[in-house]
Design a protein around this ligand. Structure first.
Ligand code: SF4
Ligand code: SF4
Length: 423
């Protein structure tokens, strides 16, 4: 008797081997279902990350736990399911501390690659900035729990020769995290340790001494994603009178000015830009206050103090379109790394206990003219509405101007993977 069954995937009738995993069946028929926890040798499948959510006969279910059967009607790439999937990745980004520009796994990270493929520039959820442990105690590994997405791959896959678990879940609810058994970790071979790092779909498991072994541009997904394109679909053309130019304002909040340096990196093309653009308030012009309403405002950096919040709100008021450019504006970036320690501890480290503090200088500066630090560093979209995002640390100069120009001119543009990078 034939073992083949018929089913429908996104309206297309196909045949497949009865009982085969839906993720594999879809792939064989040219439809990619993104997964993070699914791993070929783990059986039964885990079904923990949920990004493979599909609809089976009209009901939501996880693709990786579905075994195909006669007459199934599967929906995979409907607008609703695509958005659900993107929302789950956004939740994982918001829930963990994902600073891609400083992450050893960047470029080799499955979650980051999915995010690129989905055109993710920002999360729709506020960042939790959790403070879970980073464990350096194991012999050869580091466990960075703030990046762990609790997929359970390591728990199920990595065992010692005598079958003992090395990784396990500890604590409960939102505090759940993965713990390494130090004694069992010593029994693993060097290959097992590397395997643990490689099967982790994010940068939670690292092997001491070998992170960043490949330069950017040569990492796994740099190579695999070369043909990935996303697009900017802007069709709201700004109408100008005959001799008018587009008016652009820029500012740097809690950033390093690297994004502004990148702005200038188009060199002589800047002169062409100035044919159509006039700068108003900007560190580039040293114009301190708005003298007119602007078409576009470019914001570098997040909000670390009350002055940043004031400036950002002013930009929202005086600019018709507001763009966050660079990781600090989009998710807090490097300045937001202070969110894991209390403000008081931060100030004490900077002014009292730091290696460069002057002996006996036991004063934390405080004056009404000094902007007051906020409890956390906040991404701009958690303070005001942001219309567009240009990721990167810093974003590529040509990409910044390509996006700004297309927004001003109301053009749809394709954006290639190498222009659209978080790292
Ligand atoms: S590269 Fe991956 S694990 Fe590292 S911060 Fe980015 S998303 Fe998180
Ligand atoms: S450490 Fe990595 S493999 Fe293990 S549960 Fe977390 S994300 Fe998954």
């Amino acid at each position: 008797m034939s073992n083949l069954i018929s089913l429908t995937i996104d309206g297309k009738k196909i045949q497949a081997e009865k009982g085969k995993n839906l993720v594999d069946v879809a792939k064989e028929n040219g439809v990619e279902i993104p997964t993070l926890c699914y791993f070929k040798s783990i059986n039964p499948t885990l079904g923990t990350c949920r990004i493979c959510t599909v609809k089976l006969n009209g009901k939501h279910t996880t693709g990786c736990t579905t075994h195909v059967a006669e007459g199934m009607n599967i929906e995979i790439n409907t607008p609703e399911l695509l958005d659900n999937r993107k929302a789950i990745i956004e939740m994982l980004y918001a829930e963990g501390n994902h600073f891609c520009p400083t992450c050893e796994k960047s470029g080799n990270c499955e979650m980051q690659s999915h995010a690129y493929n989905m055109g993710l520039t920002v999360t729709r959820y506020p960042h939790a900035f959790r403070q879970k442990s980073v464990d350096f105690t194991p012999n050869r590994m580091i466990m960075e729990s703030n990046r762990c997405i609790l997929c359970k791959r390591c728990v199920e896959e990595i065992k010692t020769k005598d079958g003992k678990s090395v990784f396990s879940f500890v604590k409960r609810g939102i505090n759940t995290q993965v713990q390494i058994d130090y004694k069992e970790e010593r029994k693993l071979s060097d290959n097992d340790v590397l395997h643990a790092m490689n099967i982790c779909p994010v940068g939670a498991i690292l092997v001491k001494g070998i992170a960043n072994e490949k330069p950017f541009g040569e990492r796994k997904y740099d190579f695999l994603n070369q043909n990935v394109h996303t697009s900017l679909n802007n069709t709201n053309k700004i109408e100008l009178k005959d001799d008018e130019k587009f008016i652009v304002a820029t500012t740097s909040l809690a950033g390093c000015f690297g994004c502004h340096m990148s702005l200038l990196d188009i060199d002589t093309e800047l002169l062409d830009m100035l044919e159509i653009i006039e700068f108003n308030k900007s560190p580039l012009t040293d114009i301190k206050d708005f003298s007119k309403q602007c078409h576009v405002g470019l914001i570098e950096g997040g909000c670390a103090n009350d002055e940043n919040v004031h400036v950002l709100k002013k930009f929202r008021e005086k600019c018709d379109i507001l763009i966050s450019f660079g990781e600090c504006a989009i998710m807090g970036g490097i300045p937001a790394m202070r969110n894991f320690v209390s403000l008081q501890a931060c100030l004490e480290e900077a002014y009292l206990n730091g290696p460069t503090s002057e002996l006996g200088a036991d004063i934390i500066p405080s004056h009404e003219d000094i902007p007051k630090l906020l409890d956390n560093v906040y991404p701009c979209n958690e303070v005001v509405k942001i219309d567009y995002y240009i990721p990167g640390c810093p974003p590529n100069a040509h990409h910044i101007w390509k996006v700004v120009k297309s927004i001003l001119l109301g053009e749809k543009i394709p954006i290639a993977h190498e222009e659209f990078k978080y790292d």
